[in-house]
Design a protein around this ligand. Structure first.
Ligand code: ATP
Length: 913
């Protein structure tokens, strides 16, 4: 029995399972009631039962994590080399190789820890919130503060924060796949079930970690943290995955093949050296060890991991929280972004501007939620109380409404749906007091708003025993269900649907979101309402037009996406004319057809594929349409990013190549299905994330492009020396020094590179394109040759001009190190010219790395103890001048190569970057 369960039994002293008790019994057993716990009691319980979190799976011990750093084919080769040099009695070489392996393991260990911590911190930003009732007040608290006895409320899309016995329920269905594997949502009720009922059939319980798909409910928490069913089966939610992406996995496979290739070349060189050139076996062996260690890019995995972790951290700072790492790479290939309108492209700050009744059109002034404004009719200011039909529609809109307005320091904010908040403000502008109105006409029943059917209805009394049904929703839906319309004198006449539709189009064309309001007198004995009541006898009261201005930054972000070869499509539940008007202000879908959800439904898959290419605006859509749209786009080879917030958006978010969930208004279900969560719900964050994704991919490529030529250059030096039969220009120790110390130090600086100037001017990267393009392979080979030539030239020059072998080798090593520094500047821009002053700015870590490297290289070259270990000698000023000249020359030659590639790209019409 675990700690929490025993605590429960100790404290509440009952062994009957919660599901076998009535809801009241469960509450009294937990010493709580519908008003919830008091503040003091929750604190006590939090202390007693601990936070509502699952204990982390036992982490691997530090020693095991450290040892695992050696589990790499590249490292095996180095370890074997160390053993063999030891057997041959070359202890210094053995020591240096062992040292390099150790340093590599330490760097890997630290980086891995840092990367994992960074991701853990990011995951924490997504921690769960729960709505609880405490002291009779509804409040939102962090999921980990939930305690046994808390009363929790939940709605569609919520993740259940603990194990809960239901006490009240309204059409609740829960997806329990995470716990039971059952993929169909399970309906719940509040009755009791026998004590031996298996978990999957306990219909009055909901369990931690499962998701609400439908309905609302209230329940009492019976177990938290490890005492929950989820905790018992030892599963972990949101566990930090491996720090990897498809590119990194491909690089790891590439690393393994590279090792095989290196071993083959090494054996070949050994055979040529011993059989053809006649070197002694021991000498030749040492050379081959040098060759093997020179070719292995030991630093590559560490550089790749840190680039990714830093990038993901930066994206979190830009409000894009990455849940699934591969999305970082996919972002760079995105060709279409399908975005919601309300709150993503627009501000979600709603203000009513127009109220249309059967005979008249009223204008309302003011912005935001502050309830100060005037009503105008034909440009004349009027008193709303003088127009009964205006008052009636406003009253209905306030009653059929769940939002609350709050004023703090003169600032008015909405708790709840902003559309409903705007209606409350309208009510207050008309002189109504929403609380008094709601108290006087209490609500008996509700059909909550859902994007699928686009209306909300409430059944209210009028305080004198009469019952009224109020409906508000998308005009098309409401008008269809109305038989009559309210006239100015309080009477009614048959509805003129054509006239209403014309007037709605007029308001919508102005970019206003439209909402129709209707009512119906119900029998006095009615206590419940359902969909059946909405079908007949409704009286149309009028239409309300609400403005929701586009965010200032949206237009810029949309234009950036267009430049980057990404098509932006708007998918909205609003009227097609509203969508078109907003689209026009945001440069979306101008001059193109706009399609409605109803039209989409009639299309077969082939027509849809064609339409989805032509149209950028999809209006009056529901969440299922999103899934069809993603599928149609993907069938055409588009890499699609899709935004979503509701529980029904989850399938489309999962299906999209990059699913983007809203962090503020999104449900847990949407967040869980998405690969990225937008902490600020803002479209411009998507454009920022694409930019960052492209930067990360660039930096990964830059890392490879920088590191591999170092290995290539060094191994070529050894191979050429063996084949042409002259003294080895670098010993294995010296090669290891360059390879590990200098190359990795410099390369880490590249991980901080900012996005290149043209990063958002290029078309999206072709998905599944090999990480090494043909040009990159060429560049690696070409640069390897340049580094090799530079080292050999100065080595030879030094020998011919009176230097000894020690000095010549020191000069050769320095040439390669300086060559690398020069090459670092070449690599700052993948293809763009580095012959610009920008090459010296924008990344201070480059200078830190060069500074550290210069100090290390001077120590290596001049400090006697190091001279002893590494067999180095002290070069003079003349040598250094030659080395520097060689560095500058190699920089210029590589720039020439880049210019050639740019020219070729332009000629062949390939993207120029
Ligand atoms: P987007 O997909 O751009 O975010 P949306 O989420 O605003 O659009 P919905 O919320 O589905 O789309 O709204 C669609 C329509 O439903 C609105 O145009 C409005 O007519 C109506 N509507 C919106 N909110 C409510 C509400 N709270 N009560 C009644 N009707 C509403």
């Amino acid at each position: 029995m675990d700690k929490n369960t025993s605590a429960k039994h100790r404290r509440f002293g009952d062994h009957t399972p919660w599901y076998a008790m009535s809801a009241d019994q469960a509450m009294s057993c937990l010493e709580t009631g519908k008003e919830g716990l008091s503040g003091n009691e929750t604190e006590k319980r939090l202390h007693e039962f601990g936070p509502n979190v699952l204990s982390a799976a036992k982490p691997r011990s530090a020693l095991v994590r450290f040892i695992l750093q050696f589990n790499n084919v590249l490292i095996y080769v180095l370890l074997i080399s160390a053993v063999i040099t030891g057997i041959l009695g070359h202890w210094v070489d053995t020591g240096v190789i062992a040292g390099v392996v150790l340093i590599n393991a330490i760097i890997g260990y630290i980086q891995e820890g840092k990367a994992e911590n960074a991701l853990k911190a990011i995951r924490k930003m997504l921690s769960l919130e729960a709505i609880v009732i405490r002291n009779g007040q509804r409040m939102s608290i962090p999921g980990e503060d939930v305690v046994p006895g808390d009363i929790v409320a939940f709605a569609p899309g919520d993740r259940i924060p603990a194990d809960i016995r239901l006490i009240d329920e309204n059409g609740l269905a829960v997806d329990e796949a995470a716990l039971t594997g059952e993929s169909q949502p399970v309906s719940k009720h509040t009755g009791t079930v026998p004590p031996d009922t298996p978990l999957a059939d306990r219909f009055n319980m909901v369990y931690s970690g499962t998701l609400v798909t439908q309905g609302t409910a209230l329940g009492v928490v019976v177990a938290t943290g490890d005492a929950t069913e989820f905790g018992r089966i030892g599963k972990m939610i949101g566990r930090v995955g491996e720090v990897t992406t498809p590119l990194l996995r491909r690089i790891a496979v590439f690393g393994r093949w590279l090792t095989v290739g290196i071993l083959a070349v090494t054996v070949f060189t050994f055979l040529v050296g011993t059989v053809i050139q006649g070197y002694g076996i021991a000498d030749m062996f040492l050379m081959c060890v040098a060759l093997a260690v020179s070719a292995i890019p030991e630093g590559l995995p560490a550089v790749m991991t840190i680039t990714l972790a830093l990038g993901v951290q930066r994206m979190a700072r830009l409000n894009a929280i990455v849940r699934k790492l591969p999305a970082v790479e996919t972002l760079g290939s995105v060709t279409v972004i399908c975005s919601d309108k309300t709150g993503t492209l627009t501000r979600n700050e709603m203000t009513v501007q127009t109220v249309v009744t059967a005979g008249r059109t009223f204008k309302v002034t003011g912005t935001g939620y502050a309830p100060t404004a005037e009503f105008r009719l034909d440009r004349h200011v009027i008193e709303p109380s003088a127009c009964p039909e205006l008052e009636e529609i406003i009253r209905a809109a306030v009653l059929c409404n769940d939002a609350v307005l709050q004023e703090r320091d003169g600032q008015w904010t909405v708790v709840g749906d902003p559309t409903e908040g705007a209606l409350l403000t309208l009510g207050m502008k008309a002189g109504l007091d929403p609380d008094r109105l709601r108290n006087g006409r209490s609500r008996l029943s509700t059909i909550p708003f859902e994007s699928e059917y686009r209306f909300m209805a409430t059944l209210n009394t009028d305080g004198e025993g009469h019952k009224y049904l109020f409906v508000k929703g998308a005009p098309e839906t409401v008008i269809e269900r109305c038989q009559s319309e309210r006239t100015g004198n309080g009477g009614q006449r048959p509805i003129d649907r054509t006239c209403w539709h014309r007037r709605i189009r007029e308001i919508a064309a102005d970019g206003q979101r439209t909402l129709a309001v209707a009512m119906k007198k119900m029998p006095d004995e009615a206590t419940e309402t359902g969909f059946g009541d909405i079908g007949e006898g409704l009286v149309m009261l009028g239409v309300i037009g609400i403005i929701d201005p586009p965010r200032d930054e949206s237009l810029l972000a949309v234009n950036q996406c267009h430049h980057a070869g990404i098509v932006v499509k708007m998918i909205t539940g609003d009227h097609v004319e509203t969508a078109r008007a907003i689209g026009e202000r945001l440069n979306i879908g101008i001059g193109k057809p706009a399609v409605t959800g109803a039209e989409l439904e009639k299309m077969d898959d082939t027509t849809l594929r064609r339409t989805v290419k032509e149209a950028d605006i999809f209006a009056r859509t529901s969440p299922e349409h999103k899934l069809r749209l993603v599928e149609a786009l993907q069938a055409d080879g588009e890499v699609t990013a899709m935004t979503g917030d509701g529980v029904n958006d989850a399938p489309a978010l999962k299906r999209a190549d990059v699913g983007l969930a809203m962090g503020v208004k999104g449900t847990e279900a949407a967040k869980e299905a998405a690969s990225i969560v937008l902490a600020d719900d803002n479209f411009s964050t998507i454009a920022g994330a694409v930019r960052e994704g492209r930067r990360i991919y660039d930096n990964l490529q830059k890392g490879i492009l920088f590191l591999l030529p170092t290995n290539g250059g060094l191994s070529l030096v050894v191979i050429v020396a063996v084949l042409l039969d002259f003294a080895l220009p670098l010993t294995s120790k010296q090669i290891l020094w360059i390879n590990m110390v200098t190359a990795t130090t410099l390369c880490l600086a590249l991980t901080f590179e900012r996005p290149e100037a043209n990063v958002m001017d290029r078309p999206p990267r072709v998905p599944d394109a090999p990480p090494l393009t043909l040009y990159m392979v060429w560049r690696i080979v070409f640069t390897s040759c340049i580094l090799m030539l530079a080292a050999l030239l100065l080595f030879d020059w030094e020998l011919k001009n009176g230097g000894n072998l020690r000095l010549a080798r020191t000069v050769a090593a320095a040439t390669i190190v300086v060559g690398q520094i020069a090459y670092l500047f070449n690599c700052r821009f993948l293809k763009a010219s580095s012959l610009t002053t920008r090459v010296f700015s924008g990344n201070r870590s480059i200078y830190v790395a060069i500074g550290i490297l210069a100090i290390l290289q001077l120590i290596y070259t001049y400090v006697p103890w190091f001279q002893e270990i590494f067999d180095t000698a002290s070069p003079g000023v003349r040598d250094w001048i030659l080395i520097l000249v060689m560095g500058v020359a190699s920089f210029l030659v590589i720039e020439l190569d880049k210019a050639g590639e740019r020219w070729l790209s332009r000629r062949n019409g390939r993207p120029d970057f």
